[in-house]
Design a protein around this ligand. Structure first.
Ligand SMILES: [Zn+2]
Length: 101
């Protein structure tokens, strides 16, 4: 099992020191935070997969980076635009995406 550690900053301008106001601001931020975390997790998954998986499962050929593929991902809170990494096998020419969608 892999563990991914994520961290990022949230900028919250404190216009009021009112718990209800802060609560509303956080509710407003949650979609942005969700999509930001999802994006980071996907990037981490790809980085791990590209780092570990050097050979084609079919023919054992070397896998090389072959650009990225644009994807629009539907999530629970909205759409996320993501360009996933594409690999190509030098042996059989098969295209492989470390991230399944
Ligand atoms: Zn292959």
């Amino acid at each position: 099992m892999k563990e991914i550690k994520l961290s990022f900053d949230i900028n919250l301008t404190l216009k009021q020191y009112d718990v209800h106001w802060i609560e509303q601001q956080l509710l407003r931020l949650r979609e942005e935070v969700f999509l930001n975390i999802l994006w980071k997790v996907l990037r981490e998954i790809e980085a791990l997969a590209v780092g570990n998986r050097g050979r084609c499962e079919e023919c054992g050929g070397l896998l090389v980076r072959n650009g990225r593929e644009y994807k629009q991902i539907r999530t629970l809170v909205g759409a996320l635009r993501y360009r996933r990494i594409r690999l190509r096998c030098r042996g059989c020419g098969r295209e492989i995406y470390p991230l399944e969608m």
